[in-house]
Design a protein around this ligand. Structure first.
Ligand SMILES: Cc1cc2nc3c(=O)[nH]c(=O)nc-3n(C[C@H](O)[C@H](O)[C@H](O)COP(=O)(O)OP(=O)(O)OC[C@H]3O[C@@H](n4cnc5c(N)ncnc54)[C@H](O)[C@@H]3O)c2cc1C
Length: 448
């Protein structure tokens, strides 16, 4: 192994091959501090050609590679296993914005650029990159694409996949595939870009990408709305979509009592138009009994405060102690039925357990968390994790939902994937993996 480590040092320089355990901690531990792995080394190249040489060195020594961006993923995808034989390939030094095309509304960036930096650069050019999430100060474009991240505005702009026109990828042979095309129409054979997006580092290393930008809106306005039940929240969504059309960009939901909806609109006409449209919607919704009460912020700061409350739910849960988390999606019309049925099941099977649900109702995505009954230690309750997961995921599957809406599979949901995907689908997955990475050096143990 000394030879191998020497060859890595020769490629990226001695400061960027970290072998000392103490200095590796942040690269081998997940964001919640739930999972820790061991790495042979953490290697941090600064260019696509260095990535290519590192992959070639790993391939010739049969050493597996765990790609890592900001390490904010929530399913253990960016962490090495316990063996101490894998390297973590940190992509944070590929951090250059390569090109902004204001007329074509695209930005070409290296994969280690932070999402927050992309937002800032787009804004400085009078444009916007419309994917926002709580981790934007730490997560990278490569990680965002490799997990096909969602965020708050999926309802209007789609997931990361819909916001990417092209990618550059280092393949398992160390070759550099230049797919950095800024084309909105390109039907020339198999779509390799879409194969790499969402593949969680198991098929190739994303080293750069062309992102789609949109014009900056003239106004952005949120309202915090109280509704009686999940059924009313779904009815309000339908009403808001038909009244507001494309103004509606986000529709998160929480089951704290009364049920809360955070509805956000953007407007390309004017602030007055945005306010009038939102007020019209709320008036008609209160009149028809869809809404109990609503708060419209008077300032942008107040609007951001609503979002802060929403973004702080995961942090508040960390304070509350460990709980059993699920990132699920369902056909929107089935959400009320799911909530009713699952709470009844949990009451019988795990009496006293507390349910904390929030998420992106507009996308059918719920973060469905189950916490220990009052007086029971969270640690003790966590021992029931597998049975709680099974209870929830079986119902999600029966209602044609997904057991991973936006966080991916990583190492934590491999069993679930096997349980709920058909043999045919799993077979196709394996064929793709062995065609693109026959040696299996990219992120083994993740997804498959
Ligand atoms: C507070 C908080 C809020 C969040 N909110 C959301 C949300 O609203 N929506 C959402 O979808 N997710 C959310 N996440 C999850 C996470 O932030 C996203 O999945 C993010 O896109 C991961 O980016 P990253 O750079 O941290 O990737 P990492 O965690 O480093 O990696 C994630 C996966 O991608 C692979 N990978 C990383 N970079 C590359 C690359 N360049 N090439 C190939 N593979 C690569 C890794 O191997 C791993 O499998 C949240 C996380 C936190 C902590």
């Amino acid at each position: 192994m000394t030879n191998f480590l020497d060859s890595l040092v020769a490629i990226v320089g001695p400061s960027y091959v970290i072998t000392e355990r103490g200095s590796q901690t942040k690269y081998v531990t997940d964001w919640f501090g739930r999972v820790t792995g061991n790495a042979l080394a953490v290697v941090r190249p600064s260019s696509v050609s260095e990535v290519s040489f590192v992959v070639k060195a790993c391939a010739s020594h049969c050493v597996s590679i765990v790609p890592q961006g900001g390490n904010t993923g929530l399913v253990g995808g960016a962490l090495p296993d316990a063996s101490g034989k894998q390297i973590v390939l940190g992509l944070d030094r590929l951090n250059k914005i390569l090109h902004i095309d204001s007329a074509g509304k695209t930005m070409t960036v290296e994969s280690g650029v932070l999402l927050a930096v992309v937002h800032q650069a787009a804004q400085e050019n009078g444009l916007e990159f419309p994917l926002n999430m709580g981790s934007e100060g730490s997560c990278t474009i490569g990680g965002m694409l490799s997990t096909n991240a969602g965020g708050t505005a999926v309802l209007r702009y789609g997931n990361a996949r819909e916001l990417c026109l092209g990618v550059q990828v280092v393949t398992a042979t160390g070759d550099i595939w230049d797919g950095l095309r800024a084309l909105r129409k390109d039907n020339t054979g198999y779509d390799l870009r879409d194969l790499f997006i969402g593949s969680e580092g198991t098929l190739g290393i994303v080293t750069a990408a062309v992102l789609k930008l949109v014009p900056q809106p003239k106004a952005q306005l949120a309202a915090l709305i109280a509704v009686q039940s999940p059924d009313k929240a779904v009815d309000l969504l339908r009403h808001a979509q038909s009244t507001l059309g494309s103004l509606l960009i986000a529709y998160p939901f929480s089951t704290s009592t009364p049920f809360a909806v955070l509805l956000e609109i953007t407007d390309h006409e004017s602030e007055d138009h945005a306010t009038a449209s939102l007020e019209r919607l709320l008036e008609s919704s209160i009149e028809s009994g869809l809404v109990i009460d609503a708060l419209i912020p008077q300032t942008l700061a107040q609007s951001s405060r609503f979002w802060e409350i929403r973004e702080h739910i995961p942090l508040a849960q960390v304070e509350d102690g460990k709980n059993i988390k699920h990132d699920i999606s369902l056909p929107i019309s089935k959400i009320p039925e799911f909530l009713k049925e699952i709470q009844a099941h949990l009451k019988i099977e795990f009496p006293g357990s507390r349910v904390i649900v929030f998420g992106h109702l507009g996308d059918g995505n719920l973060h469905f968390n189950v916490a220990a009954p009052p007086g029971v230690s969270p640690e003790v309750f966590m021992s029931q994790k597998s049975s709680v997961n099974l209870c929830i995921h079986d119902l999600v599957h029966a209602l044609n939902g997904s057991v991973s809406a936006e966080h991916g599979i990583g190492s934590m949901k491999v069993e679930e994937l096997r349980r709920y995907k058909s043999a045919i689908e799993m077979g196709l997955f394996r064929s793709i993996k062995s065609a693109l990475d026959p040696q299996g050096i990219f992120n083994p143990g993740k997804i498959l």
